[in-house]
Design a protein around this ligand. Structure first.
Ligand code: PLP
Length: 229
């Protein structure tokens, strides 16, 4: 029964992504779906994985590591999308494939230093506080280039792009404007010579606006797994 529900919710999200790409003439493969599994069980992840979804995102590092360990045999790709404190960098470096939420050089240096030699470089996005919310995680937009350049020079990281978590927008136009600001910053960084391929933005509520603006990866939790209690 649960699998039936996940099947239809995953299909609905993929259909929304198809329609959003089609509406603006983007190739469907230019946008990737990250299933955000925070608070949901390893068993729920395994059910979604059985439907063909390969990339999963976790906010809470310890919780993520437990699922990564439990599901190691499935060969999934795991993305850390939550805040990374200095005392958690080793767990992230040893277990995850991606981290979207780097906003300080010190954390990036620790991740690079602690990435085990036998693993591929850790894929990294710089989190940008694109709408300037007070007290929010993310580097201010005008500091993104300098941080990105520094991260790009670290040996065991691979800088992939930017990530944003804007405040919920009142309507589509407002969501689009914020996502367009992130896309403009992303384009500026590319024009500065950085080799970036990932713009991580858009969630359950605003993935259409994010795709219209140029997102390459939408992070979707509740629209796949159901609401979090
Ligand atoms: C929880 C979370 C999501 C998914 O949010 P939904 O609204 O459930 O799709 C995406 N990104 C981050 C960083 C999150 O913490």
């Amino acid at each position: 029964m649960i699998t039936m529900t996940f099947e239809s919710s995953l299909q609905t999200v993929n259909a929304r992504m198809d329609a959003a790409c089609q509406a603006v003439g983007r190739a469907r493969h230019s946008v990737q779906l990250l299933a955000v599994s925070k608070t949901f069980s390893a068993d729920a992840v395994a059910q979604i994985a059985a439907l063909g979804q390969r990339d999963f995102g976790e906010n809470y590092i310890q919780e993520g590591v437990e699922k990564i360990t439990a599901l190691a045999a499935l060969g999934l790709t795991w993305h850390c999308i939550g805040p990374v404190q200095g005392n958690k960098t080793r767990l992230v470096a040893e277990h995850f494939d991606w981290v979207h939420s780097v906003d300080r050089l010190k954390i990036a240096q620790r991740l690079s230093d602690q990435r085990p030699a036998g693993l591929a470089p850790l894929n990294v996005c710089i989190q940008v506080n694109i709408d300037g919310g007070a007290g929010k995680a993310g580097v201010p937009p005008n500091e993104a280039l300098a941080l990105a350049q520094a991260v790009a020079g670290l040996p065991h990281l691979r800088l992939r792009g930017l990530m944003t978590i804007p405040e919920p927008a009142p309507d589509f136009a407002a969501a689009l404007a914020v996502h367009q600001a992130a896309k403009a910053l992303f384009d500026d960084l590319c024009a500065s010579g950085l080799d970036l391929d990932t713009l991580s933005m858009g969630m359950s509520a605003d993935l259409e606006a994010a795709i219209q603006a140029g997102s390459t990866l939408v992070r979707v939790g509740s629209a796949i797994f159901g609401s979090r209690t």
